[in-house]
Design a binder for this molecule. Sequence first.
Ligand code: ADP
Length: 238
Amino acid sequence: MTAVDVSHVAKSFGAANVLSDITTHFEVGSFTSLLGPSGSGKTTLLRIIAGFVTPDRGTVAIGGRDVTDVPVWARHIGMVFQSYALFPHMSVAGNVGFGLAQRGIRGDQARSEVARALEMVRLAGFGDRKPKQLSGGQQQRVALARAIVTRPSVLLLDEPLSALDRRLRQEMQVELLRIQRESGLTTIFVTHDQEEALSLSDKVAILDRGRIVQMGAPAEVYERPTTRFAAEFLGDTN
Ligand code: ADP
């Protein structure tokens, strides 16, 4: 069963052809990394799935429904970006519950959903704090709780760990994988870090200049790259 279907998607910005005829799908409950060098089109593809960018051609379906013309807020997705941008004046619980309030979920139901999300990211009891009272890693967990509190069907992550130092980054990778496994959320993860992609994912999609040049299980992609580009890009770590 597929959670997200991308069909013949193309996008240019002015004369720059950023994505060329991307057709791919993401299975329900899978963790897929979009891996490629800077400028290969990873973020643009993620933003098209999220609804922030409209493709010039092609369609996006989520849960079998064509959402190409559906606005971001109605797509039932959760998102975390590199700069987590929590509201500084709001408590942790306020930040996490923000999306619920927007959907008209308030009172006891909102409180119990916020508690569930905070528990999932191991920040139970931190609801009354302000973001600045938390470490960078904890703030990123709050961003994750905020993304999953509405129980989305798809989680989109754009280099969410790249601002963290190495130790914290490794700790958060383990946490992210645990949360993904526990929640069963279909996750699409943008990274330019081969090790991160290969260690976290069920599948890796390698992008080169706006095309997916290979997509498969990490071992398959690593051991049997089908293009010179994939071989050289993955070989960078060796
Ligand atoms: P990646 O995530 O792989 O680094 P991006 O999708 O961010 O790649 O960008 C791919 C290319 O598209 C880059 O050359 C970038 O400068 C260009 N690009 C992305 N967004 C815009 C935009 N809104 N306007 C103009 N060019 C853009």
